[in-house]
Structure formats: C-alpha cells, structure tokens
Design a protein around this ligand. Structure first.
Ligand SMILES: [Zn+2]
Length: 406
C-alpha cells in the first residue's frame, strides 16, 4: 500500500510532492478510496475533498467512531507522514471485513484533504471544515505562494468549495476520533518504544514581520549611512533564537522559517525583508507571551538600527489537551498487547487536534527513523506501522464496547 501511494506525486528531484488540493492528492484519495470500496464500504467525498468510508454499526442512530489521517505531503516530503495513519485505517477496515466483527457504532475511515500547511500557510483545511472552523471568508482570504486562493485551488480540481456549509459535521454524530501518525521526532526511537500516546498537542502562533530599511548602492553607501533591512532581520532572527533558548521560555520553540529579501541583489543593500516565523508551545499563555515579546524585541532592534518594522499575527492555534479517557483506553490496549508505550506531547499539529474540538480525540505515535520528517528520508518500519494499526484496531473495539455499555 505504502509503495503504491508513494508512486503518486513522486518528485523527480527528491521525495514526494503531493501537495494539498492538487490532482495528485485527488488521485491518492481515489486509489485508497478504491481499496476501501473493495472492502464493501460506502465511500463518499465531501464538497471540499475529504474522503470517507463508512461501515455501518449494529445499532441504529449511534454516533460514529472515526479514524484516519491525510495523504497530502509537503514539497519534497516523505512517504509516511499522514500515509501511515491512512494505511492503518485501511488495515483496520480490512481486519473488520475479514473477521466480520460487528461494532455497535458506525465506523468512519477518514482521509482528510490538505492537512499540510506548507502550501497555503494554514494547516488542516479538511478537518477544520468538518469541525466548522473554516469560514467562507477563509476560502478567498487564504492563498498559496502563487496567489491562488483556497476556493480557486479547490474548484480547479473539481471540488465545490461553495458548499462548505455541507462539509461541517454535527458533533452529536461523532463519538471519538483516533489517528495513527509518525512521531516526527526521535523520542520513541531513542527509547526503543514502538508506541507513543499523545497527551497534548502544541499550539502555534505565526507572525509576519516586514522590515523596511533603505536600499542603496553597496559601493557608494558608507556603512554609517545605511539602513540595512537584512542586517536588522538577521539580528531579529538571532533574538528569536535567544528568547526560545532562555530560561523563561524553556520548551517554547521559535523559528524564523522565511526571509524574503528585496531586491535580493549582490550590489544592492537590502531595502526590505519579509519574515515569517512560527512559535510553538504546550502552554497557551506562554505561547502568546513569547509571540508578543518577539514582536517587542524586534521593534527595539529596528529602532536602534533605524529601520521600520511591521509585525502581524497571521495564524494562532491554541494547544490542545487530548481526551484522557481515550488515552487510558489506549494504554490498557497496549498493556494487553504487550506493547511498550509512553505518554508524550506532539510538537507538530495534526487533524486529530482539530477533531478534538467536536469529539474526544487521540493520537497514536509510531517511531520515525532519526526523527526525520517532511524530508525524503522519512521512514518508519512496517513492523512499527503494524503495531500502530493493531493498537488502533483493538482500541476501536474497546471504545465501541465502553460506549455501548455506558
Ligand atoms: Zn501529518
């Protein structure tokens, strides 16, 4: 399965480039949707491209237990991020089809559209629409680097963004959501543990800062007459790193990921730099405090250097504590299967954290080799993926029992 999915969007330069709302992403959904259809499941695709496979429950009118992940990747990404959770979902549906085990609750296999924020800056588009966290205004506001809006991207591949309202789920229809995902860090590998049960997912605050200095001739402008936007941006970048390394913000992660330099010419002093940075934390107060302090420090640096600065929050997501009872059910399942596990936080965002806004949600981590992710080297062993799928399968049966009894 992994190999077949990896053939779609394979990038001739490196890795997989199967970005959100591309034809490749749709092709991957169709491929996996076909496998699920062959298992006798009812497949549907909602107006913005989330694919769902429903297995009916024995009882009428019960809310669904949903599980799955995403099939889009970053540019030059790997073969496992998201894919592993979809493959685990297909495995569970296959086991259920073979064993014909009936569950009380309907089961919903999910493939979310456009989880990666790499293209549009905004992650988890598909799950946000389901959770009612994506507005019609977002469809025209959110653009990729080429200026293509979400609405245009969706329409361009045959989706129907104007029916966004129909995508939203009623929270009474969902009992729980579970996602198997690669860890994207090296904790599990370092401890030789096959399973991590996520307790909290980092929040993230993203800032755009524009530093405006004065462009000029690199030969003709004496050093003391300069207002070099890049030198200021560089000092701000180091200040961001220093802040996150300081004792007050231990555990906070702050990264300047984008520096667009204008005019970006070897003989012109940089006149303007557009910076984008990402702050992550498990503590929502500290997260926002760090973002404010970064903007304050940047202003002080800009003033001292005689450049102007404009800072703006472009995205802000709170940390999410995942369901305690699902975590406990999962830890019991791991114990019974004799699988070594630990609780751990997730530094990266996932669809499950969005689904947590409408139902109890859980994330089951499997190890990432060398912690590599969003790169072609991303790798997780088939044995570890199988353990993740096994835990998912047993957990779904357990959750079904617990909910049916309550
Ligand atoms: Zn992912």
């Amino acid at each position: 399965m992994l190999r077949q999915i990896a053939e779609i969007g394979a990038d001739p330069t490196a890795g997989i480039s199967r970005v959100g709302f591309s034809k490749d992403e749709r092709d991957a959904h169709e491929l996996v949707g076909g496998w699920l259809r062959n298992l006798g499941l009812a497949i549907s695709v909602d107006p913005i491209g989330n694919t769902m496979a429903v297995r009916r429950g024995a009882a009428e009118n019960k809310p669904a237990i949903a599980f799955g992940s995403h099939l889009d990747s970053v540019v030059h990404g790997g073969k496992f991020d998201g894919i592993v959770g979809v493959v685990a979902m297909v495995e569970v549906m296959t086991l259920l089809a073979e064993g014909r085990a009936a569950t009380e609750h309907p089961l919903k296999g999910m493939i979310f559209a456009c989880e990666e924020g790499a293209r549009f800056g905004e992650p988890c588009i598909g799950s946000k629409a389901i959770a009612g966290m994506l507005t019609e205004a977002d469809l025209t506001r959110i653009r990729d680097a080429e200026g293509i809006t979400l609405e245009q991207a969706m329409s361009g591949i045959g989706l129907n963004p104007l029916q966004l309202a129909d995508v939203r789920w009623n929270r009474d229809d969902l009992a729980a959501f579970l996602e198997v995902h690669i860890e994207q860090g090296r904790i599990l590998e370092g401890e030789s543990r096959p399973i991590g049960l996520v307790d909290v997912v980092s929040g993230s605050t993203r800032l755009r800062m524009t530093v405006a200095g004065r462009a000029g001739h690199t030969g003709g402008t004496p050093m003391q007459h300069r207002a070099d936007a890049l030198a200021a941006a560089a000092e701000i970048t180091l200040a961001v790193e220093a802040l996150a390394n300081g004792p007050t913000y231990r555990g906070t992660r702050a990264t300047v990921g984008v520096l667009d330099v204008y005019p970006n010419r070897i003989t012109t002093i940089p006149g303007r730099v557009d910076m984008r940075l990402d702050v992550r934390d498990f503590d929502s107060d500290r997260l926002r405090r760090a973002a404010r302090e970064i903007a304050d420090r940047a202003r002080i640096i800009a003033d001292r250097r005689g450049v102007a600065i404009d800072a703006e929050v472009i995205a802000d997501t709170s940390p999410v504590v995942l369901s305690m009872w699902l975590r406990q059910a999962l830890s019991q399942v791991c114990g019974e299967l004799g699988i070594d596990w630990r609780f751990m936080p997730s530094g990266a965002g996932h669809d499950a954290q969005i689904m947590a806004s409408i139902a109890p949600a859980a994330i089951i981590f499997v190890p990432s080799k060398d912690g590599a992710s969003h790169v072609p080297e991303e790798w997780t062993s088939v044995a570890d993926i199988a353990k993740g799928a096994d835990v998912l399968y047993q957990a779904i049966l357990r959750i079904d029992d617990v909910l049916a009894a309550s």
